[in-house]
Design a protein around this ligand. Sequence first.
Ligand code: 5GP
Length: 215
Amino acid sequence: MLTMANRGRLFVVSGPAGAGKTEIVKRLIETHPDVKLSVSCTTRAPRPGEVNGVNYHFVTEERFDELVAQDAFYEWAHVHQNRYGTLKSTVQKELAEGHDLILEIDVQGCLQAMAQDPTVTGIFVSPPSRENLEQRLRRRGTETEESIRVRLNNVASEVATAYRYHYVIIHQDWGIVPNALEIATEEVYAIIAARRLELENRRDFLDALSASLKA
Ligand code: 5GP
């Protein structure tokens, strides 16, 4: 039986599209190999360059249905016409091996994970301002005025959920703060590092130290 001391912890990172959560998580696992990233299942088609089992487990609608029926998902959600889900087996394996695991998932999935497990740490990645998000959407050059308005409205409802998270990272505009990505990444790592130092994870050590001092 594993004690709390050698079990990993679960961190869910979420926030509006365009806030830069994918870049932050990518940099985090590159610079901190002690943190693992969960590979989700999805029904969407692979994009050029994406590898099955690395970026996602790409599955058919039928296979996704089977996994839902088998209660194989830790959480799952519909996101832009497709379904995405985190496998319970992935979470159980990584935590049992003592790895701290990141789920980079949508807001609905994050809320599900936090509701079912109070030990999950929720991290919301926010854009610095409405203007910054609007600029990013305009810079893409692919959005109409109407679709920019719709997207900003969607972001408003996503930001409304941020109050239910434990931490909020403000991903600054790199035009103003050139090392914004590095700062945000280290802030996420600081949360992980602090959770490792919590009393609950130090109890076995303190018990052993106390016993040795009494001997
Ligand atoms: P994309 O298709 O661009 O890779 O991802 C679209 C959205 O799905 C992103 O917001 C991403 O965070 C979210 N997503 C990816 N994997 C999962 C998952 O396992 N569960 C949930 N709920 N969302 C996910």
